[in-house]
Design a protein around this ligand. Sequence first.
Ligand code: CA
Length: 235
Amino acid sequence: MNTQRKTRILIVEDESPIRTGLQDVFTYHGYAVDCAEDGPAGLRKAQGGAFDLILLDIMLPGMDGFEVCNRIREQDRHQPIIMLTAKTADKDIIQGLSLGADDYIAKPFSVTELVLRVKAVLRRSSIGRDESSLIVLGEDLEIDKRNLSGRDRNRKITFTRREMDILEYLDRNSDRPASREELLHRIWGYAKHLNIETRTVDIHIAKLRRKIEPAPAEPRYLVTVRGAGYRLIKG
Ligand code: CA
């Protein structure tokens, strides 16, 4: 587990006093905070960075919080999200939660309560990760995400943080291939549509294959899906 890294929070809120207030509070509590002022900017930032949690207002210019939440979920269904709402109508709250927000808090809220809720959601999401801290590939290979290590029968394998991030991401999305652009975007944090050298991804994949594949030239687990990207086969 990487204890060096600060927990990253994205605040998507158009009302400037609330946004800066929240930014101050969470910065004070030791989080790394980024902000967006409208729906499209919030979505762009959410998709562009690995945030541990997103605080998402519902009434936003450009695109409302429900839509932003929905779009984030399409890409990453495990992204922790707390909705901020001025609306107290049950219908809206239920809609927000059914779209996959982890919690919601009604404005005006107490800062103390919000911080507690944030911690609770972060705790739940990290417990969720711990429960599945192992990636099991085939019959002989076990990868421990927390320790950046693996075991192939009795052979110990160690991974770099970046390699483990790639494995974790492919593991979380193992129902489909992930493109090089997506990996650059999600793992390296590069903005989409930049002309970034996708060979960076290939080099890392090649290194990973040498570590986990019985025959790296004919991958069994970390396969190339032609025209689509890479996929982790767990069977
Ligand atoms: Ca608002």
